[in-house]
Design a binder for this molecule. Structure first.
Ligand SMILES: [Zn+2]
Length: 341
């Protein structure tokens, strides 16, 4: 079968790869929409230590179940399903504490096993969710990025009421964090994003305001928060500049949730963190509950990315990756699949 194989920094090609063989407790899925994730662009450049070439990436996908392994639900055969690519052992101390996203034995389809940028891929049967009639694969493929947003927003809300929040970055993850924050009931959610078309998209998806820079956001918050700053800031970029911007937008005692992974080493002034009693919180991936919440909102039409772009054939994958490296495009998400839907 055909698959997009990543061979190392900026080396990717479409080639023949072995077809997956169904195992007990798994299903074979024929992806009909697989989104390219920002972390895969970093991976493609060789900046993500958790990906080892050669690898077929693709962890944001939905498709048709073509084979059902022993012990799996036969009714899944032929169904269009969204796939939660993350599975945990369910038995370790972290899993038992509800931190399944941090399980040391977690596995992600598209990172630890061959992913969705191929004609077929293998997924745990417990991780596939049949989509209701009329809901298409591209919508299902957005559940994974939205689940990341749900997780980040809920970490931000853990202590209770948040009235003013800011999301830095309006790429896919930023827009997902923004929508999760709005849908979880935060009354005022601002976005900070230098690209105008993305600011417009943030406003269309529920942002109370969208600012071109941290300074402009800071001034706007002065007015609406009596000079205190936001209760919650989510950094969905993870560049050194955005990581430093976040505490500056926060009120004393507020929380930053860091989900973006652009840079690694980062310098932050810690006097303000200490004197402001700021809470710096990392956010990684999502639990099954976060994924299910995300899928529910998508199926109900409460969240999305606006108009869905067409699904490109796998052959266009290597060029799509190269194009995404060149910078932010107008289109927020690129979908690939051998048999687009
Ligand atoms: Zn575990």
């Amino acid at each position: 079968m055909k698959g997009i194989v990543w061979h190392g920094p900026e080396e990717m090609s479409v080639e023949e790869v072995p077809e997956p063989e169904v195992e007990p407790g798994t299903v074979v899925v024929r992806p009909t929409a697989a989104g390219i994730c920002g972390s895969e662009i970093e991976g493609y450049l060789g900046r993500m230590g958790n990906r080892t070439p050669p690898l077929v990436m693709g962890h944001e996908f939905a498709g048709t179940v073509t084979e059902v392994g022993e012990g799996s639900d036969e009714d899944l055969l032929g169904r269009l399903v969204a796939v939660n690519p993350l599975s945990s052992d369910g038995t370790c101390r972290l899993c038992l504490a509800g931190l399944t996203n941090l399980c040391p034995n977690r596995r992600l389809v598209g990172i630890h096993s061959s992913g969705g940028f191929a004609e077929y891929t293998l997924a745990p049967a417990a991780n596939v969710y049949p989509l209701p009639d009329g809901v298409e694969a591209r919508t299902g493929a957005l559940a994974e990025p939205l689940a990341n947003g749900v997780h980040a927003a809920r970490l931000g809300l853990a202590d209770g009421s948040v009235e003013h929040a800011v999301v830095i970055g309006a790429g896919t993850i930023g827009l997902m964090c923004l929508q999760a924050a709005v849908l979880d009931g935060i009354p005022e959610v601002h976005a900070v994003e230098p690209v105008q078309t993305r600011r417009e998209q943030a406003l269309a998806l529920g942002a109370s305001a969208a600012h071109e820079s941290g300074e402009v956001a800071h001034d706007a918050l002065e007015d609406s928060t009596e000079g205190l700053g936001a209760d919650l800031v989510i950094d969905a970029v993870g560049a050194e500049i955005t990581r430093r911007m976040a505490p500056g937008l926060l009120r004393p005692g507020g929380r930053v949730v860091y989900i973006g992974l652009h840079d690694d080493d980062t310098t932050i002034g810690f006097h303000d963190v200490v004197r402001g009693q700021l809470d710096l919180q990392g956010s990684y991936a999502y639990t099954a509950e976060d994924y299910e919440q995300a899928l529910e909102w998508l199926v109900e039409g409460k969240a999305g990315i606006g108009g869905l772009p067409p699904v490109l054939p796998l052959e266009e994958g290597p060029e799509a990756f190269a194009e995404l490296v060149r910078g932010p495009s107008a289109q927020i998400k690129v979908f690939l699949a051998e048999s687009g839907a």
